[in-house]
Design a protein around this ligand. Structure first.
Ligand code: AMP
Length: 397
């Protein structure tokens, strides 16, 4: 199937072509028609399925008809990175439409955002906190809003944004089209959906199961050998961009430094970075100067690098949902990817719950020639220093 059946405006079809999309993804096939018809949609789809274009294209189609100069579409997203990506998708797919969009988030000055809003935009992509600031200061007006999108609603809930979202909802017209996207549908999101959506069409792709193009493998290993195993895997595997997940910020930084010292083009992304450092790491990862990025779950949210060939779980995620989110970063739209997970003796229960979500057993692999017997140093600084985190079992690595 091609994009022709959607009868997109030639200026929008040109954007699709410029990005090289030839076949719509399943979420696009199912979501674009009802969104084009003006219906409310609840989309259950994770990052990597092409969900952004699934709402960006029909929104552009609606906005291409006048009027201009007032905010007619608002997308709310949990992180700056995701907001930037969505904003870029509007800019790229809508290049020829001359519709204008602004990204609104915290951590950067208000003034440039105010100027941009004053100059006139039809689309705003915002994170909840900063959007509320603008609403409270009267620097943004949402009275003409026609379409509201809540993207990664489950993440926004996890991050505690629900009260902010409810406040924002008081500023938007009751008569509007609303789209809600989430990778998972916990009860709180269903409740929110019931409040904000009217007679929605539910569109679901792979409910809480990761992109089927991803191959999963477990690597049993003792905790003190994880870094050595990571080096070994990276040296002997043909990879493009690799995203490595650790459980703590400290560990992300540490593993990033160890990789750099070993000569890998590596960097880390964790909560302690300044906005500039964070952006530099993300830009490097996106343009390929950084090949291996080590991150925590929170720091990694919204990363979209279409070349991610491997996700490596240096530490087991805390839930099967977190696993799905992590590996949703690889195997994106029509590409295949690998998800490697290091597994220590304590991780058996989590592996079983991940296997339940995947609906299959995950293959266990050993790296030939790797010394699995190497003893731990007398006092392993790295593991001894792990904080007594909020982990359910108080595990200390
Ligand atoms: P998303 O799930 O929206 O984050 O999209 C994941 C990636 O797939 C992004 O890099 C998009 O540019 C890409 N993508 C979206 N739709 C298509 C498509 N129909 N064909 C090829 N790539 C796509």
């Amino acid at each position: 199937m091609s994009f022709t059946p959607f009868h997109l405006h030639p200026q929008i079809a040109a954007g699709v072509e410029a990005l090289g999309y030839s076949t719509p993804t399943p979420i696009q096939i199912r979501a674009i028609p009802p969104v084009l018809q003006g219906q409310d949609v609840m989309g259950v789809a994770q990052t990597g399925t092409g969900k952004t274009a699934a709402f960006v294209l029909p929104i552009l189609e609606r906005l291409i008809k006048r009027p201009r100069g007032r905010i007619r579409a608002l997308v709310i997203a949990p992180t700056r990175e995701l907001a930037d990506q969505i904003n870029t998708a509007f800019a790229d797919l809508g290049r020829q439409t001359h519709l204008r969009s602004a990204a609104i988030y915290g951590g950067v000055g208000m003034d440039p955002q105010v100027r941009k809003l004053r100059a006139g935009v039809e689309i705003v992509v915002a994170c909840p906190g900063r959007l509320l600031d603008h609403l409270q200061q009267g620097t943004i007006r949402l009275a003409d809003l026609e379409v509201l999108v809540l993207d990664e609603a489950d993440r926004m809930f996890d991050m505690g944004f629900l009260p902010d979202i409810r406040k924002i909802l008081r500023h938007v017209p009751a008569r509007r089209q609303t789209l809600l996207f989430a990778a998972t549908m916990p009860d709180d999101i269903r409740l929110l959906a019931r409040d904000v959506l009217q007679a929605p069409v539910t569109v679901e792709v792979n409910p809480s199961s990761p992109a089927c193009t991803v191959a999963h493998a477990l690597y049993p290993v003792d905790p003190h050998l994880k870094t050595a195993l990571l080096f070994e895997l990276l040296r002997h595997t043909d990879t493009e961009s690799v995203l490595v997940f650790t459980r703590t910020k400290h560990r992300a930084r540490r593993v990033g430094q160890q990789l750099e010292r070993a000569g890998f083009r590596a960097s880390s992304l964790q909560g302690n970075l300044s906005q500039n450092q964070r952006q530099a790491a993300l830009d490097g990862f996106r343009n390929g100067t950084v090949q291996v990025l080590v991150a925590t779950d929170i720091a990694s949210r919204g990363i979209d690098v279409s070349r991610i060939s491997h996700v490596i779980n240096y530490d087991m995620p805390d839930s099967a949902d977190a696993y799905t989110h992590r590996i949703g970063r690889t195997g994106r739209a029509e590409k295949s990817g690998d998800a490697f997970t290091f597994m220590t003796r304590e991780d058996g229960a989590m592996v079983r719950s991940i296997e339940r979500v995947l609906g299959k057993k995950v293959e266990c692999r050993r790296v030939p020639g790797f010394d699995y017997k190497k003893p731990a140093p007398a006092r392993d600084a790295e593991f001894a220093r792990l904080p007594r985190g909020p982990h359910p079992r108080g595990r200390r690595g």
